[in-house]
Design a protein around this ligand. Structure first.
Ligand SMILES: Nc1nc2c(ncn2[C@@H]2O[C@H](COP(=O)(O)OP(=O)(O)OP(=O)(O)O)[C@@H](O)[C@H]2O)c(=O)[nH]1
Ligand SMILES: [Zn+2]
Length: 227
């Protein structure tokens, strides 16, 4: 049984780089007191009834099981361990110490207020100190935090903070640009609106030239970020 639950056991963590951060290390741990799969499927059946449909009709009879499987995929981040991912580093890079940027990383998340998709892109940069990480691991860390119920600000900070905690580089930058379906398909109904968030640490926070180089490389979706 792998249904996700909220990370209610999150505790305040390391506060060395910028205020108001939670421990990513603890958020990487899944809770163990989850309901059974049968209970989850029963809840989905209740929602189908509540919406006004008949969960026993042919088209819907397998839907609770399908939705449970989809949830395992959407919320796999609760079982992911970003620290373990980022710990797979290597040092044989001839002293490479320039900026490393991974841009346009597809991001699929869910809004914690409405449980509907947040779809967008993440851009990550860091300035390595002694060691580098495999680039796929940065994309995996994005998924580890995105595949949870999220708000964009928190997800942005979690990704940056975890890279900082584990790699201890000279700087980390994360920019996320995303569309929230809670704003496009319901409520205020404003399609085409993107939310842009950023978390700049170390040299990206303190050195305007470093930040500008990063924003230029990613095509300036957030040219006003931190300016
Ligand atoms: N800052 C921030 N707000 C978000 C995010 N995702 C959703 N929201 C907003 O969270 C707010 C929740 O507001 P509520 O008034 O509690 O919920 P609601 O009645 O459904 O609000 P409306 O969306 O305005 O209909 C809304 O303004 C959403 O647009 C996010 O990642 N970051
Ligand atoms: Zn929402």
């Amino acid at each position: 049984m792998k249904l996700p639950g909220a990370a209610k056991d999150a505790k305040p963590g390391n506060t060395k780089a910028g205020g108001g951060r939670e421990s990513n290390l603890i958020l990487g741990k899944a809770r163990t007191d989850r309901p059974t799969r049968e209970e989850a499927e029963s809840a989905i059946r209740t929602l189908l009834l509540w919406a006004g449909d008949d969960p026993d009709r042919e088209g819907l009879v397998d839907t609770p099981a399908r939705v449970a499987r989809a949830y395992e995929e959407f919320f796999a981040g609760y079982d992911a361990d970003p620290v373990e991912m980022l710990n797979r580093t290597f040092e044989e890079v001839e002293g490479y110490d320039e900026m490393i940027v991974l841009k346009d990383i597809r991001l699929e998340s869910h809004c914690e207020h409405h449980m509907v998709p947040i779809i967008g892109k993440a851009h990550i940069a860091y300035l390595p100190k002694n060691r580098v990480v495999g680039i796929s691991k940065l994309a995996r860390v994005v998924d580890a935090y995105a595949k949870r119920f999220q708000v964009q600000e928190k997800m942005t900070a979690q990704i940056a903070n975890s890279i900082e905690d584990v790699l201890q580089p000279r700087g980390v930058a994360v920019v996320i640009e995303a569309q929230h379906q809670c704003m496009t398909t319901r409520g205020v109904h404003k399609p085409g609106v993107s939310m842009v968030t950023s978390r700049m640490l170390g040299a990206f926070r303190h050195d305007p030239l470093t930040r500008r180089e990063f924003l230029t490389i990613i095509g300036n979706p957030a040219s006003s970020v931190g300016a």
